[in-house]
Design a protein around this ligand. Structure first.
Ligand SMILES: [Zn+2]
Length: 151
């Protein structure tokens, strides 16, 4: 899968956010204050609220994206780039995604590389890589008349 097909599926921040929330729902949310596992979703605030103590948890809290100001779309594209081109540098990613500052890119890449090696606590990063691998397989089948070098 190339970046064009990837962005056709995750075309905007909304798509990525919705996908991320679905993964987060599956993984479950634990209240930092009381340890409660049941939450309401506050759509307008984009936050979970604990049913027991009303403590609020943001969508990014407790994930690799915690404290990052970069968009969901930027994170998703970076995951894609890292999954498909393992030796890509932070500078290349910064350039390809047209991001102004280097430092947040470095932090993001560092956290993602760690998550890819050891797995993140919610398994979201590896889920995304699976999606990518799934599509790569489909592409390989469709292009079965290509030579092995091209695949
Ligand atoms: Zn709570």
């Amino acid at each position: 899968m190339d970046l064009v097909s990837f962005t056709a599926i995750f075309s905007n921040d909304q798509d990525c956010r919705a996908h991320f929330k679905a993964q987060r729902d599956k993984a479950g949310v634990t209240c930092k204050k009381c340890g409660g596992l049941n939450h309401y979703w506050l759509n307008t605030k984009s936050m979970y609220q604990c049913k027991v103590c009303s403590f609020r948890t943001s969508l990014r809290s407790g994930t690799v994206m915690e404290n990052s100001k970069l968009s969901f779309l930027t994170w998703y594209k970076t995951i894609f780039l890292l999954a498909t081109k393992k030796d890509i540098s932070c500078k290349d990613i910064q350039k390809q995604l047209n991001l102004k500052r280097y430092e947040p890119v470095w932090t993001m890449v560092h956290k993602l590389r760690q998550a890819m090696e050891k797995g993140d606590n919610l398994g979201i990063v590896n889920k995304l890589i699976e999606i990518d691998e799934g599509y790569s397989k489909i592409e390989t089948v469709n292009n079965s008349n290509k030579t092995i070098d091209e695949v």
